[in-house]
Design a protein around this ligand. Sequence first.
Ligand code: URA
Length: 211
Amino acid sequence: MPSQTSKTKKMKAIRDEILVLKESPLFEYRVSNKYFPVIGEGSHDADIVFVGEAPGRNEAKTGKPFCGAAGNVLDQLLEHVGIPRKSIYITNIVKDRPPENRDPTSREIEVYGPFLDRQFEIIQPKVVVALGRYAMGYIMKKFGLDQEIEPIGKAHGKAHKALAPWNDPKTSKSAYIDIVTLYHPCVAVYNPNNLPNLKKDFEVLRKYVQD
Ligand code: URA
C-alpha cells in the first residue's frame, strides 16, 4: 500500500503536470480566464471515488470539484445515503472547464483520461461511481466492461464488478472493484422534479457505507 506522503506527492505531481498542460485544447481558455484546473478533492484513502464530467464555472474559479449548483445536488444525494463528503474522493474526467459548459470532446477525454487513471492507481478505491454518461463510458472501458455499456437511461442505479489493475493487499491477487453508474447530478439542476429519482438511485451506494 502506498504511504500517505507518497500518495500526496503523486497527486501533487498530477496537479503540476496539468497546470502546464499546453497540449490540452482547454489550456488557453483556462489561462485567459484565470481559471484553475480542478484536480480533485477528498481523502486519498477513500473507499469510494466519484467521477463527474468536467468543471463548471464555479469549479474553475475555485479549483474545487462540485462546488456550484450540481455540487449542491450532490451534497443532498450524499446526505441522503449517509456518505460524508470528506470520506470520499471527488474528481472529473476532464480537469479543465469546457467553454459554456459544453460536453467534453473525445480529444479532451483522451488528454485528461490518463490523469484519472493515475488517480485511481494512487487511491485504489473499492468503488468508483461514474456520474453521467461521459464518466460511465470512460470508466467502464477502462475496467474492461465495454460489453456492459448501456445508455445512461438504462444504466443508472446499477453496480458492475470488475478486476482492478492493482492487487488486493490482503490476498496479493488482483483486487475487485465495483463500478456504479448514476445520472449526473445536473439532471436535478435542470429539473428539480428529478431529485427523488436520483435519491432512489443513490441508495445503491448504501451497501458500501460502513456503520
Ligand atoms: N459538473 C461536473 O461534472 N463536475 C463538476 O465538478 C461540476 C459540475
